[in-house]
Design a protein around this ligand. Structure first.
Ligand code: HEC
Length: 117
């Protein structure tokens, strides 16, 4: 019995690495990397799916966020929305700029699949 659960653990762990480990050849600038880090820390709880294909509370961040307009995206991040907190007092202007620069590297989300699996 015990051996079985160890094998299962190993199989689960073997599937995980792709999601991480891509830092070396990510092609991002220093600023975009900072933005990715800030997004993971401050925005991920609402904007990043906890698992592949899982839903999020807020819309996916991408080059289309804020209508693709940096000024509008900055305003949303600084002032928040009815369902999103304001980050004006939590993030430095340079961190917000980094988040925007990072989001601009992300493709807009694909339309939802027609058939749920
Ligand atoms: C508590 C959850 C929550 C957190 C944390 C959060 N957001 Fe949001 N965000 C939302 C929701 C929900 C919306 C959708 C707007 C609404 O319903 O009010 C949104 C909308 C946005 C939009 C506009 C989306 C679009 O498609 O134009 C941007 C940009 C955005 N968030 C960026 C961020 C960034 C950057 C952070 C981190 C610094 C962040 N959000 C943190 C919940 C959150």
């Amino acid at each position: 019995m015990r051996r079985h659960s160890l094998v299962l653990l190993f199989l689960l762990a073997a599937g995980a690495p792709q999601a991480y480990g891509q830092q070396a050849a990510d092609g991002l600038t220093e600023q975009q990397r900072l933005g990715r880090q800030v997004v993971a820390q401050a925005c991920g709880v609402c904007h990043l799916p906890p698992a592949r294909g899982a839903g999020t509370y807020g819309p996916a961040l991408s080059k289309a966020s804020g209508g693709g307009k940096d000024d509008l995206m900055r305003k949303i991040i600084q002032e928040g929305t009815p369902r999103m907190p304001a980050f004006r007092y939590f993030l430095q202007p340079a961190e917000i700029d980094a988040v925007i620069a990072y989001a601009r590297t992300l493709p807009p989300p694909a339309p939802a699949p027609a058939v749920a699996r």
